[in-house]
Design a protein around this ligand. Structure first.
Ligand code: AMP
Ligand code: GLY
Length: 423
């Protein structure tokens, strides 16, 4: 089977690495891909939200299965585009249709879904510019910190957590009346602050059955000790040591099963990944957010821990046959450390030559933001390389990654030296 992966990050490199190991694969294509995905397939320089160009790519290369990496094409309806096209409708798309993608694309949609299906989450109310005053009043009833979320996609920047009531009111006005996050903040969800430790859980589902993927914890802040600006993710650990069997069982019973059953009750088809952002509060799991795709850099530790043929699972998802499959995990830990461009997540330069990748041993450098220029691998994004390693525990795996990182260099390279510090 010919397969196309959409996206260009470390997540897509990890998926390409894994799918390329499948005996069911004929040819692999990645759009647009990066300098790492090239080792496993053909990069085709097409933007994942350019649906007509994707259509051409699929038809020209006899592609029968498309794995959608990022959320944007899903929220914009790429799966619906395939279903509504006579020539594409039999191509399997791994990633939900537009309506279901609102689980990520609209915080209010996700909240209503959770409340309707009794899935534990923070209490909330939502507001528009029409009832701004009501928003102020609601804030006054809460204790700090105040959590304000733009309803729509805001490139990971739409959540504000503030301690001061007046500042929260001002920001609410900025979001609603002055479109601080554009149209994404024309509605704002204000919710109860939950105090706890977070982890990410993932499933692959055909809408009826599902398989659990390994869990992971990511480190989102730029600074050591988890301080400073939010990033796409600076590193990840799998499995998460504090998520013991008993706790994972709670997540399965109170969150994962009700979510998949809720989709069925609501008649919402869903083929693809569900990412559950979970927070542990007083030993009980609650949902912080849903994403309709895999996480990044979580994928760079989750996928290396899947032993089963992943393409076989994806094909079964496409055919509604996931109930016939089981998934096997690698018992070892996998950890990743993200090498980023100096200045990220604010302004940074691209095009820096990356040295030392060839001398890495016993780690997998998943390319997150790289490209080939004059036959050299150069930086092409804020997040550049995720260095993943295995170990008997997370400390061993991290040690291995940090040893290999010493061999890699590019101008202004930055990374966190404390991934896993809180475990
Ligand atoms: P989200 O985009 O909804 O995942 O929010 C981004 C981050 O903000 C989460 O990963 C949490 O660290 C934090 N966050 C979101 N909602 C809450 C909440 N209700 N209580 C505490 N922290 C939250
Ligand atoms: N690492 C968080 C995310 O992918 O959204």
């Amino acid at each position: 089977m010919n397969v196309l992966i959409l996206g260009s990050g470390g997540r897509e490199h990890a998926l390409a690495w894994k799918i390329a190991q499948s005996k069911l694969l004929n040819q692999l294509f990645i759009s647009p891909g990066n300098a790492g995905t090239m080792q496993f397939g053909l990069n085709i320089n097409v933007n994942p939200t350019d649906f007509s160009a994707i259509k051409q790519t699929v038809l020209q290369n006899n592609i029968k299965l498309v794995v959608v990496g990022p959320e944007d094409p899903l929220v914009q309806g790429i799966h619906d585009f395939f279903l509504n096209d006579a020539k594409l409708k039999n191509v399997a798309v791994i990633g939900p249709q537009k309506y279901a993608a609102q689980l990520e694309g609209s915080k209010e949609f996700a909240k209503k879904f959770m409340i309707r299906h009794n899935i534990p989450t923070a209490a909330y109310e939502s507001f528009t510019s029409e009832n701004l005053e009501k928003g102020y009043q609601f804030l006054e009833t809460l204790n700090p910190p105040y959590v304000l979320k733009a309803d729509g996609l805001a490139a990971g920047k739409g959540v504000l957590i503030l301690n001061d009531l007046q500042e929260s009111k001002d920001e609410l006005k900025e979001m609603l009346a002055n479109q601080k996050f554009g149209i994404a903040s024309s509605k704002v969800v204000i919710e109860e602050f939950l105090d706890g430790i977070e982890l990410s859980c993932f499933i692959l589902t055909d809408g009826k059955s599902y398989v659990n993927l390994p869990n992971a914890k990511d480190y989102k802040r730029i600074g050591e000790g988890d301080v400073g600006l939010n990033t796409g993710g600076m590193g990840a650990v799998s499995p998460v040591p504090f998520a013991n069997n008993e706790f994972m069982q709670k997540i399965e019973e109170s969150i994962i099963k009700p979510t998949v059953e809720g989709l069925q009750k609501d008649n919402i088809p869903y083929k693809g990944f569900i990412f559950f952002g979970i927070i542990k509060v007083d030993n009980e799991p609650k949902v912080i957010e849903y994403n309709c795709r895999m996480g990044d850099p979580e994928t760079e530790v989750v996928i290396p821990r899947v032993k089963s043929d992943f393409l076989e699972l994806l094909i079964a998802t496409g055919k509604n046959e996931l109930h016939k499959k089981t998934i096997e995990f690698e018992e070892k830990s996998a950890c990743t450390v993200m090498l980023v461009s100096g200045g990220y997540p604010e302004e940074y330069e691209k095009g820096k030559i990356i040295n030392g990748l060839g001398s890495i041993e016993n780690s997998i450098p998943f390319h997150a933001g790289t490209t080939l220029k004059n036959n050299k691998i150069v930086t092409n994004g804020g997040r550049v390389i995720a260095v993943t390693s295995y170990g008997n525990n997370f400390k061993e795996a991290l040690h291995q990654s940090y040893q290999n990182i010493e061999k890699i260099s590019f101008e202004n390279m930055n990374f966190r030296t404390d991934i896993g510090f809180d475990l």
